[in-house]
Ligand binder design. Sequence first.
Ligand code: ADP
Ligand code: MG
Length: 749
Amino acid sequence: MSNRAPLSLNTRILALPDSRIPRFGPQSARKLALALAPVSLGKDITSVSVEDLLNYLPARYEDRSSMVEIRHLYHGLEASLDLTVRISGGYQVRNRRSFRQRLYKFEISAIDQQRTGRPVVVWWFISGARAHEIITYYSKRLVPGTRFVAFGTWENDPQRGTYSLRLNKPDELELVAVDDEENEAETDPTLAAIHVGRRVPIYRKLGDFRTKRLREIVHQSLGLISDQVIDETLPADLRSRQKLIARGDALRYIHFPAEDAPLDEYHNARSPAHRRLIFEELFWLALGLSVKRGKRIRESKGAALKIDDAIKKRIKSVLPFKLTEAQRRVVKEIFRDMKSDAPMNRLLQGDVGSGKTIVAVIAMLAAMENDHQTALMVPTEILAEQHASNIKRILASSPYRVELLTGSLKTADKKRLRAAIAAGEIHAVVGTHALIQESVAFKQLGLVVIDEQHRFGVMQRAELRARGMNTDVLVMTATPIPRSLAMTVYGDLDVSIIDEMPPGRTPIVTKVFADNATDRKEVKQLLAREMRAGRQVYVVYPLVEESEKMDLRDATRRYEYLRDKVFPGFSVGLLHGRMKPEEKEEAMHRFVKNEIQILVSTTVIEVGVDVPNASVMVIEHAERFGLSQLHQLRGRVGRGAQQSYCVLLAADKQTEVARERLGIMEETNDGFKIAEKDLEIRGPGEIMGTRQAGLPEFRIANLVRDLEILQAARKEADYYFNLANKSPEAARMIERVQNDVRMKLAAVG
Ligand code: ADP
Ligand code: MG
């Protein structure tokens, strides 16, 4: 036997068999490492460690400190019972739903250790082709005398005069005497005490490892680690300020709650152990972001801008309308950044239709007044075209030249345009990704605006910087997320918010319709009425990747149907991503010029497009869209003073999704509320597309649930960041963050 190194958090799982965990050999270690790797922030199986195992947190906890006795059961009680099998076996029951598919019931009759009442029944259904095999398997494992723990809601079974418990899966049973997965001999009797008579963690199945086996391995590992080898990563004064328990204690208690700990705190992830570990994770992230931001503040962009009254006056003279109070405020914030030596890195949030474009134009004008070139990047060609023509119109009377640069330009035109940009003859360039992907050379680039950031992800911004464009950057998004969340999602951005709509808007009326003849007729009448009043209509189809072709066919067919059968008296157009750029542009232009009354489209029109005369947005298969996307789409209408409508067609409006998600759309027009709901339903990673947005993955923290802790962690991070020159401890902490690979990832941008 090799000499046993003392166990530490850094001990690799593959090296664990040298320690004294019963029945944990090299094969088990390999299996465990394999299962842990994908949930350990991208580590591979050779590097996953005991720490990663301990970071695999229980999904819930069960209080087995006092196992309930049969005599204390009552109908509806949720409780654990420590039982012994008397009889077990399966038999066929009738299946109402299908005659062909047979349904079996597996039943265990069992009694508690002290035999305090009549034997209880634990049962579950088995079906499918292998039902017989499965029954045989369980009959062999659950022979009379087998001890197990069963947890769940017990029900009175009047026919038998006893209590019964229905399981969804037999996994929910925990055998105390026989091990679940490795088919080895009896469990070490000393291990039995881990599972009963205390509060126990319940884990989600991890690879082949079920809750019971994981509990044993975690318990044994914790037993082999002495508190001395668990490094405290947070300063003592921080811990006492924030009332955080020691790291070692947290790692122990998060798996095995103390006898007197309130379990509901555990279930809400608010136990002292949870708080401590969540805080730790968020604190290091926040410190990393502070460092990143501090670096930018110390950077210089070459020349600070001059924005004096004369310039402001000139800008004001081209504005087509009076700015709202909110627009004025964010312009002020942007100007402050532009006038400073450090490069601006600001996120402008504002609900769809809140008027972000004009703010961008103002910032661009300020830069151009300082002899800088500017670039506006947007996610789609259609949007680029629209922005370009808008800005051209606004700047028509100014000396500045605005051009559109997209991937679909002819090579010769592109070449000419790039030469003109390099020569500084073009002052504002509007384009798609092509702008950075084709590394356009500017003579004197001073400001980059990125519109509809939620469609971009953060990487492009990082790319900009990587290409030496150390300019002012203004990022705009209509995905309104809480400010503190934005900070972590978008790296080290400063945040401005437009929280006010331009005047004269009438709230959009949103209604869910079913996909049936009656409802469709009502929708048809609405469309006809609006079009007769001179308004225009969008009809949007989802485009899901795996069946793109089919969806496209749907949209095309629907377009033909609407054109030929439903609205022969109106002009119907089609727009989708697979069309040639000229065709797309043509369709869009005809819609803008009101030559098309109904535009049937895929989600290519989701972002940014602005046709104030459009008053109805019909969304087909609305149940397939996420909330934020629905809100974006709805934002295409309601841009003028007239009443606008959003029609959500759901295949079946009685489904859960339709009722819940679409119901929220009916209730509110407030993008913030919708984003919060979306966050609740899908989680931040989903919304932002974790990778794409550069949102760090968390092991324990959950940005929605833990916003409050995040705020406290940010405050502490700022405190230590500002202390860096005075305190060696703070300096060490910052060094640690800079060396942390994860921080590099998290601070993208
Ligand atoms: P978004 O924030 O979604 O990009 P836009 O910039 O496209 O919104 O603005 C939406 C509409 O509101 C546009 O038609 C724009 O001209 C108009 N608008 C913006 N600001 C004002 C304002 N202060 N007063 C009146 N109309 C405005
Ligand atoms: Mg916009």
